[in-house]
Design a protein around this ligand. Structure first.
Ligand code: IMP
Length: 441
């Protein structure tokens, strides 16, 4: 049985939720390993749309065990709301959902600090989701974070909270001129949350080790994308977690030797929310066309996403950093009406051609994309079930992208619903999940 990481290769919003949903029938366990409720994984099941923020998308498949790993930061109020809304829609959580004792909590002062810090940064603001994810990871790395296990120990929780509230209030009052918090106004609701969540909180690393030993297969569900990684992304315009493949190990406690493969998810074009560099960004009507056709508005914040052409430099970078052996390409249908489609193959910087993603902010901020133009197929790809069903020019587009990023496609998505999916023969995907072969039409 294979243990596979599924992660985004761009700036998030690649359509990972749908890809995880399509692959979940072939695995036993799905685990989130980083991020928090800044993520918004949209999955369409029949006529129903689900937006999952902290719970793995696998929860929509009955009987699949879903875990929130230690690398995730959890806002209990938001998690409980998400749990309640799933239960109301008939999803069974008991026995299927497990939360790591080591996962750090997002506390009310984290979103307050997130927003206050953004306001202070002015035109260097990150454009965060405002959920407090960055400040929660600051506390984790600063060794003052409060974890799920602490929440279950009232005395310890109070002690840690008192220390933190004193420190954060100083920051909020003296640095940011923002409202402060009392211990009681956090303690009372959080102890209620503790009662609610206690049955789900456990040693998930131990569970995973036992399940893997017993032959269960695990899907590691990434959130955000490679270019938002705290180390390898477009720092400081990033999220604060390890979105790349290594995060799957540190964020769950599953050793790298037990992980068998990495499946990257790319969109047929590129989007980004928030600030920071985006070399292939389009503006005006061209961007609006993609935004409207692709419904490119944030699942969590509703913000319009910045839109642009596929960037093969970013694609190659993500394949290299994550060790992706294959990619899923989503939202191909969004390009159906384009007469010309551009693909970025390199950047020009001070007269030099760059084919590797640069590390320096000064370079990626000024890099000019070098484009190759392909002719569009200008016909609908909806309902395609095999690669052969796609127009020849769409296949040429896929072949060229695959050549540029250096790995084959395993899955192509041409619509939001589960059925609008092409599974490619002889890709690493069918090696990881042999049962997928019987689904190939
Ligand atoms: P934070 O994760 O809320 O701190 O936001 C940091 C950056 O990551 C901002 O540019 C956000 O727009 C971006 N970001 C965070 N979560 C997502 C996501 O799920 N999709 C796309 N961008 C995200």
């Amino acid at each position: 049985m294979s243990n596979i990481v599924v992660l985004g290769t761009q700036w998030g919003d690649e359509g990972k939720g749908k890809v995880v949903d399509v692959l979940t029938p072939y695995v036993d366990v799905v685990v989130r390993y980083q991020g928090g409720n800044n993520a918004g994984h949209t999955v369409v099941v029949g006529r129903e749309k689900f937006v999952l923020q902290s719970i793995p998308s696998g929860i929509l498949h009955p009987g699949r065990r879903c875990l929130i790993g230690c690398g995730v930061v959890v806002d209990p109020a938001s998690l409980i709301q998400e749990m309640e809304s799933l239960v109301q829609r008939g999803i069974v959580l008991d026995g299927n959902l497990f939360i790591s004792k080591n996962a750090h909590l997002i506390l009310p002062y984290h979103p307050a600090l997130d927003r206050a810090s953004e306001a202070k940064l002015g035109n260097r603001r990150i454009g965060t989701t405002g959920k407090g994810v960055g400040p929660a990871y600051v506390d984790k790395a600063g060794r003052v974070g409060i974890r799920m296990a602490d929440l279950l120990d009232e005395r310890l929780f109070r002690e840690k909270l008192e220390y933190n509230v004193t420190q954060k209030n100083r920051l909020l009052r003296d640095i940011y001129d923002a409202p402060t918090f009392s211990v009681e106004e956090i303690l009372i609701p959080y102890l209620r949350f503790a009662g609610w969540l206690a049955p789900y909180i456990t040693d998930t690393a131990l569970l995973l080790a036992r399940w893997i030993d017993a032959g269960y297969s695990v899907l590691f569900e990434g959130a955000q994308g490679t270019m938002l990684d705290v180390d390898h992304g477009t720092y400081p315009y990033i999220t604060s977690s390890s979105t790349t493949a290594g995060g799957a190990s540190t964020g769950t406690g599953v050793p790298p030797t037990k992980i068998d493969g990495v499946f990257g998810v790319s969109k047929a074009y590129t989007t980004r929310v928030g600030g920071g560099p985006f070399p292939t960004e389009l503006h005006g009507e061209a961007a609006e066309l993609i935004r409207v056709r692709g419904n490119e508005y944030g699942a969590v914040t509703g913000r319009p996403r910045r839109c642009g052409w596929f960037d093969a430099v970013v694609g190659r970078y993500a394949v290299r950093l994550n060790g992706c052996e294959a990619l899923a390409l989503t939202k191909l249908d969004v390009l159906d009406q384009c007469d010309v489609i551009k693909v970025c193959t390199g950047y020009r910087y001070e007269g030099e051609l760059l084919t590797e993603f640069p590390v320096e902010e000064r370079i990626w901020a000024a890099a000019e994309p070098v484009y190759e133009e392909l002719s569009g197929w200008q016909t609908s790809t909806a309902g395609a079930r095999t690669l052969g069903d796609l127009p020849a020019k769409a296949r040429q587009y896929l072949d060229r992208l695959s050549e540029l990023v250096g790995v084959p496609f395993g899955l192509i998505s041409t619509g939001a619903v589960r059925d609008d999916t092409i599974l490619c023969e002889d890709s690493p995907l069918t090696g990881w999940f042999p049962a997928l072969r019987s689904s190939l039409r």
